[in-house]
Ligand binder design. Structure first.
Ligand SMILES: C[S@@+](CC[C@H](N)C(=O)[O-])C[C@H]1O[C@@H](n2cnc3c(N)ncnc32)[C@H](O)[C@@H]1O
Length: 364
């Protein structure tokens, strides 16, 4: 395919994607419709890696048809072989941007620059001088800067830990995060003006929070899951192979359990579980059928059929079972039945019409 043919095909597929986002209700305003119709996702995703259990083949310009159709599908794209970053599902990006609902000329901070595509959409909507975006990975920020410049946008892009926001350009009218903190960092509350808005993935749901003076805020959760990578303290990766080998061979007492690893894939339960046991991770399912869960505090779970072994400082599976019992007794509520209240450093996820509330951990 020639360069001109690629651009023509990209424009056609982009228009189709924008229409689809409208039909599905992810895009509801003409301003975001124009942004999705104009900003070229393929510029921000020159390569993506298909994910399977055994391999991660790269898809790029060498197979232009497959690449362009992948880029303009409504799907998450892993953009680095070590899964260091990804380009979020466009319909989820759209729902988050619509929920942010900035007015003309508003100033927005994005946490998690990644490919730069969301910063491109924000620049289209607000003007690039009103957009600041931060990522912890310097190489990603450099690439994003070059891609944005290639289509004429020059937002402020910075390298740093987004847990601290970016005070130099505060106050903002809004913050949008595309990586997930355990609770809303106090720095973000400090850097958004009262009356401004924070849209962030919390406990695998998108929280839409209206900020009030004195580090206060009230929020709701949008329907549907938001499985973003965590707001991590460093750009590095942990050594998975060593962890798996250690947990496989660790000696621990076992007991029977009624739950299996499939509870992890129940999207509504995952929300409650993430509020109760943040940072729990389904590490892998081995060919032998053994499923392994881990937590950054070193605790782990090994599930083999109906038998569970647990190690580390706390019994993670006991917490999963307790959370599942409670969620079941509450009638298995989904995300949009919950609110988020922020009062100083205390943040609660509350179930509507009940006194059930979970205190989110302070911290990242
Ligand atoms: C889902 S990707 C972001 C996608 C991006 N918005 C886009 O349009 O392509 C999540 C990003 O969050 C970044 N990230 C993770 N922890 C971070 C932190 N502490 N501070 C800033 N960025 C962080 C990752 O490096 C990754 O690029």
């Amino acid at each position: 395919m020639s360069g001109a043919t690629i651009e023509r095909e990209a424009a056609r597929l982009r228009a189709e994607l924008a229409e689809r986002l409208i039909t599905e209700g992810a895009v509801t305003s003409s301003a975001w419709r124009a942004a999705f119709a104009d900003v070229p996702r393929h510029v921000f995703v020159p390569v993506f890696y298909r994910q399977s259990r055994t391999e991660q083949p790269a898809v790029d310009l060498s197979t232009p048809d497959e690449w362009l159709h992948g880029v303009y599908a409504d799907q998450l794209l892993v953009v680095s072989p070590d899964v260091k970053s990804s380009s979020t599902v466009p319909s989820l990006m759209a729902r988050m941007l619509e929920a942010l609902d900035p007015a003309d000329g508003d100033r927005v901070l994005e946490i998690g620059t990644g490919t730069g595509y969301n910063a491109g959409l924000l620049s289209h909507r607000l003007g690039d001088s009103n957009v600041v975006s931060i990522d912890i990975a310097a190489d990603l920020v450099n690439d994003a800067k070059a891609r944005l410049a290639s289509i004429g946008y020059h937002p402020t892009l910075v390298v740093g830990d987004g847990a601290g926001g970016w005070p130099s350009d505060a106050p903002y009218d809004g913050i949008i995060a595309t990586c997930a903190p355990d609770s809303v960092p106090e720095t973000w509350l400090d850097q958004v003006r009262p009356g401004g808005r924070i849209v962030a993935p919390i406990a695998t749901g998108v929280a839409v929070i209206d900020v009030a003076p004195g580090r206060k805020g009230e929020g709701r959760f949008l329907p549907g899951g938001a499985f973003f990578m965590s707001l991590r303290p460093t750009p590095g990766q942990s050594d998975l192979a060593v962890q798996i080998a250690d947990i496989k061979s660790a000696i621990a007492s076992t007991r029977a359990t009624d739950l299996d690893e499939m509870v992890w894939f129940d999207s509504d339960f995952r929300f409650v579980l993430s509020a109760v046991v943040p940072d729990l991770r389904f590490l892998t399912k081995l060919d032998s059928g053994i499923a392994i869960f881990t937590h950054p505090d070193g605790s782990w779970v090994r599930l083999d059929d109906n038998t569970v072994a647990q190690g580390g400082s706390r019994r993670l599976w006991d917490s999963v079972e307790k959370a599942h019992r409670q969620w079941d007794e509450l009638g298995r509520p989904s995300r949009e039945k919950f609110s988020l209240t922020i009062d100083g450093c205390t943040q609660h996820v509350r179930l509507d019409g009940s006194d059930v509330a979970w205190l989110l951990p302070r911290g990242r």
